[in-house]
Design a protein around this ligand. Sequence first.
Ligand code: NAP
Length: 285
Amino acid sequence: MTAEIISGKVVSEEIRGNIAREVQELASRGFRPGLAVILVGEDPASHVYVRNKEKACHDLGFYSEVHRLPDTASQEEVLEFVDRLNNQDNIHGILVQLPLPKHIDEKAVINAIAVEKDVDGFHPMNVGNLVVGDDSLLPCTPAGVIELIKRTGIQISGKHAVVIGRSNIVGKPVSLLLQRENATVTMCHSRTANMDQIARLADILVVAIGRANMIDASYVKPGAVVIDVGMNRLDNGKLAGDVDYESAKEVAGYITPVPGGVGPMTITMLMQNTLLASKRLNGIN
Ligand code: NAP
C-alpha cells in the first residue's frame, strides 16, 4: 500500500484563496486587516521567515509593517514597540519573530502583546484558554496540523492519536487540539520507553522532534494518518522531516511530505488568525 499524500501546499492555497476573497470583501467596506512583525537581530532564517510573512500579507491584501531592530536593541525598546503596536488601530495582529537575542527576555515580550492581537497564540492567556477549552487565537503550526488531518476526511473523534514531541510550540498544543476533537491522545518524548510499540497503536501519528528521518515504517500502523512537523536541514542542504518518508509511505494511509506538508500551513494559519483578530477587534462577524 502506498499512502495518499496530504499536500500542505494545495490545502494552504485553498485557504489563502478564501482569506484573499474575504479581505477583498472587507476592503470594499473600507476595512483592511493589518499585521505587524518585530524582528530583532540578524538571524538569517528569521529574516527569510519574516520576508515570507511580508509576502503573504502583500499577496492576500493585508496591511503590513515590519520593524527590523538591530541585535543591540534593548528589551525596553522592544517592549516600547509592542506597546505602540498594541495601541495602533490599523494593526490587528502582532508577531515577534523568535528567537530573540539572549539579552532579551522572550517571555516578558510575549506577555506584553495584547492578548487579542497575539496571532502566534503564544501569550499565556491564549495558552490557558486552549487548555481549558475556551475560544482563543490558536498557535499556527498546531492549528495547521489539525487542518491537514481534517482534510483527509477521516473523523478524528474516537481515534487514538500519538504525538511524538512535547514542546510548548508544537507537541503540547497539538495534543490539546486533538483532545478537543475527541481523540484519545498519547504523548511521547525523549524519555518514552518502547516508543515504536506505542506509535504503532496510533490511528493518527504526529511527529515533532527535530530528528531527521528518525520515525520509519516500524513506528507506523498500517493505514495511519502520519503528520510530519519536522524541518531539518541536512548536510547536503536539503530539507528533511522527522519521518523517514520513503519507508513510512509504504505503510501509512495518509502522509505529509517535507517540504510541502505542514510548513506552508504555518503562515497561512497566521494570516487566518490575523483576519479573525481584525474582525473581532472591530466587531465584524
Ligand atoms: P523542540 O522544542 O526541540 O522539542 C522537541 C521535542 O521532541 C521534545 O519534547 C523532545 O523530548 C522530543 N524528542 C527529541 N528527541 C526525541 C527522541 N529521540 N525521541 C522522542 N522524542 C524526542 O522542537 P519543536 O520546536 O517542537 O520542533 C520540532 C520539529 O518541528 C523541528 O524539526 C522544527 O524545525 C519543526 N517545526 C516546524 C514548524 C513548521 O512550520 N513546519 C514549526 C515549528 C517547528 P523532551 O521534551 O523529552 O526533550
